[in-house]
Design a protein around this ligand. Structure first.
Ligand code: HEC
Length: 104
């Protein structure tokens, strides 16, 4: 195999590794966020007094919060139900989408 081909493969592997390790897919997260918008607002600016605004919060924070509701580390019945309906991939994707909202 040529050196050139090997380096292309190496680069592709790197992209794949980083792709799965870090950011979720915001476009896929958008579809999942449809249920969330009723309380947290289309652009993450809350529509309900007790639901916090999500706009301006970063991906890692949203991901951590959702996982904490899933495990019960953060105790809230509504959010436990919401977060439990999301797979790990959904959590990554929704977090990426939320992080894309403009800061209020
Ligand atoms: C029925 C209303 C409702 C819906 C629908 C809802 N949430 Fe929430 N969400 C809340 C409330 C209320 C809280 C505050 C809970 C608490 O006190 O910990 C919250 C908290 C959160 C937090 C923590 C924010 C922070 O700063 O601590 C995140 C992240 C979150 N919701 C994301 C989502 C996502 C993603 C969805 C959709 C999958 C969703 N929520 C759907 C009502 C809702």
């Amino acid at each position: 195999m040529s050196r050139f081909l090997l380096s292309i493969l190496g680069a592709a592997a790197l992209v794949l590794t980083y792709g799965t390790a870090s950011a979720g897919d915001a476009a896929a997260g958008k579809a999942k966020y449809a249920t969330c918008a009723g309380c947290h607002g289309e652009n993450g600016v809350s529509k309900m007094p007790n639901a916090p605004s999500l706009a301006g919060k970063d991906e890692a924070y949203i991901k951590e919060a959702l996982n904490a509701y899933k495990t019960g580390a953060k105790d809230n019945a509504t959010m436990k139900a919401m977060a439990s309906a999301l797979s790990d991939t959904d959590v990554d994707n929704v977090a990426a989408y939320v992080a894309s909202f403009p800061k209020p």
